[in-house]
Design a protein around this ligand. Structure first.
Ligand code: 9MR
Length: 374
């Protein structure tokens, strides 16, 4: 018995030591550097997209960083149609409710992503044949979800990625069945269901001139219909060695003249080559793996980390210059290992797009982003 007790106490002592060690290392991690959200407090909100593990608070290291650094969070996936609305008459709010509760508990704003998107639709939506049924879906989907969280979240990406690269409307199921007015309609329904929630249009590459012109036309159309739109989200999936600074600055200015908030909503600066030399963040694009396309599989060279830090620094300097027009900058993930860019457009690569590395350590880019605010 005595032996057992001794063992038990030894075990308790060891596990206490481990807990203490892990607490102190988490503490060290969180104490080590300035906080992004504090540094940018009077400039704009700084956010991150959270994955399911993080939303369920099963990732302690990420949790500590989120609470220290971010004033706003976006669910990376769990508010998308295929998860939140799996069947005609069935909604699953379990995880969406969790992120909203997480935000409330920690005093972090939540942005809903996304109500109407051609991708990640539930199979039942893809099978809809008639215009009337799709119109009913649009109405039910937006009304049910947006009203549930009205007054509880900051804003919604009401429509996501409705444009082609040339600025014309994307040939989606919504366009083909409902016609081009579906976008104004989506905002009209959202405005009614969520009078206390900001409403945004969100897309990638809309800093590029042709697509930007398409986005401006679309936003003007919503405004001309007397429907509310509060902001535009430029996603910001760029490559760190080729950030389109000129186009970004032009876009900030042009979108701001529409009288709406400008946001960078899915920022990540990947370091890997793109097979098509493109920034189109179309989740459906795929290419074959080959080692040449995965040059940093064993680690990020210092020179590449330094170049990325410079790009992030330059970009945030530009954002700060236009702080009167920019309301939020959100990173698409917390650490490099959790980024979607490890699996897209080529599965199995090792990318390094964010401010924290795979071990939640601060990268040089963190320092330049902090410095840009000062
Ligand atoms: O990062 C998201 C990834 O985990 C998902 O597999 C993918 C498909 O749902 O969507 C990714 O997020 C996308 C976002 O919702 C819209 N803009 C492009 C983002 C990256 O593909």
């Amino acid at each position: 018995m005595l032996v057992i007790c001794k063992k038990k106490y030894t075990l308790i002592a060891i596990s206490s030591l481990l807990i203490a060690a892990s607490c102190s290392s988490t503490k060290k991690l969180t104490d080590k550097k300035s906080s992004l959200q504090q540094t940018y407090k009077n400039i704009f909100l700084v956010g991150a997209a959270l994955n399911t593990t993080q939303i369920e608070e099963k990732d302690a290291a990420a949790d500590a960083l989120v609470k220290q650094h971010f004033s706003v969070i976006t669910p990376e996936n769990i508010m998308k149609c295929e998860i939140i609305h799996p069947d005609w008459n069935r909604y699953d709010f379990m995880l969406a409710d969790k992120i909203v509760a997480y935000g409330k508990k920690n005093n972090i704003a939540v942005v809903g992503h996304t109500l109407i998107w051609h991708s990640q639709l539930s199979p039942f939506v893809q099978k809809i044949q008639s215009k009337d049924s799709l119109q009913t879906f649009l109405n039910n989907h937006i009304t049910t979800i947006a009203s549930r969280y009205d007054g509880k979240i900051k804003g919604w990406d009401v429509v996501n990625e409705a444009l082609e690269e040339d600025g014309t409307l994307r040939k989606s199921i919504f366009l083909s069945k409902l016609g081009e007015d579906y976008i104004v309609e989506a905002f009209r329904i959202a405005q009614k269901a969520a009078p206390n929630t900001e409403l945004y249009y969100n897309d990638y590459n809309i800093e590029q001139p042709k697509k930007r012109a398409g986005a401006i036309e679309l936003i003007k159309k919503i405004q001309a219909a007397g429907v509310r739109i509060d902001g535009v989200g430029i996603q910001g999936h760029w490559r760190s060695y080729r950030v389109p600074m000129k186009e970004i600055e032009e876009s900030i200015k042009e979108f701001a003249t529409l009288g709406i908030k400008v946001m960078f909503t899915e920022l990540d600066l990947g370091v890997l080559p793109n097979p098509w030399d493109s920034d189109a963040a179309d989740v459906n694009l795929k290419a074959e793996y080959n080692a040449k396309m995965n040059p940093y599989a064993t680690g990020l060279p210092d020179s590449v980390a330094a170049a990325q830090a410079k790009s992030y620094g330059d970009l945030f300097t530009l954002f700060v210059k236009h702080k009167d027009k920019i309301s939020r900058v959100t990173f698409w993930g917390v650490n490099d290992g959790q980024s979607w860019l490890n699996g897209w457009p080529i599965i199995g690569r090792t990318n390094y797009p964010l401010l924290f590395d795979r071990n939640f350590k601060y990268k040089p880019a963190f320092t330049t982003v902090i410095a840009a605010a000062k």
